[in-house]
Design a protein around this ligand. Structure first.
Ligand SMILES: [Zn+2]
Length: 159
């Protein structure tokens, strides 16, 4: 029986809870308490503060510079999210869905190539045509505006 709340009500532990309780008790058997003060190793001063715990939870350890750059760009949030997902190969391509036991075909419906994130965005002939159209549009737009600054899309060369 475990006290459920300050109201004093008691309830029985379920089988899973009882198993977890026993496991916790066996792990705590190795713990020896002393009179010394505990030190929180994640903070420089050794004191636990919520901020340091929050920073630990938010910090994945490795900084993804390109991923961070996306969030600073002046784009619609849904585009930022899409780019972030594309960088991590998390777009729901047929190949991704097949890995999750999807029963459909993993071939591109347009060109019959293997439908990966890379294929959807860059390799599919339809994507290449679209990118060429975007680049030519941006070039025309910049020419009209008289800008000398190179666009970020200019690295794409259409042949
Ligand atoms: Zn395709």
């Amino acid at each position: 029986m475990v006290k459920e709340s300050d109201s004093g009500r008691m309830r029985r532990l379920g089988e899973d809870e009882l198993s977890e309780w026993r496991e916790m008790i066996s792990q705590l058997g190795d713990v020896t308490l002393t009179d010394s003060r505990d030190k929180f190793k994640l903070a420089n001063n050794g004191k636990f503060v919520t901020k340091s715990m929050c920073m630990l939870m938010l910090d994945g350890g490795v900084v993804d510079i390109d991923g961070k750059r996306i969030w600073k760009e002046k784009l619609l949030l849904k585009i930022k999210i899409f780019l972030w997902m594309a960088m991590r190969d998390k777009i729901h391509s047929a190949e991704q869905l097949t890995r999750r036991n999807w029963k459909g075909s993993d071939l591109c419906k347009l060109c019959r190539g293997l439908e990966t994130s890379s294929h959807i965005l860059f390799a599919c002939p339809i994507a290449v045509v679209l990118w060429c159209w975007v680049v030519s549009y941006v070039k025309q737009w910049e020419k009209l505006r008289g800008q000398r600054q190179r666009s970020r899309l200019m690295w794409i060369e259409c042949s």
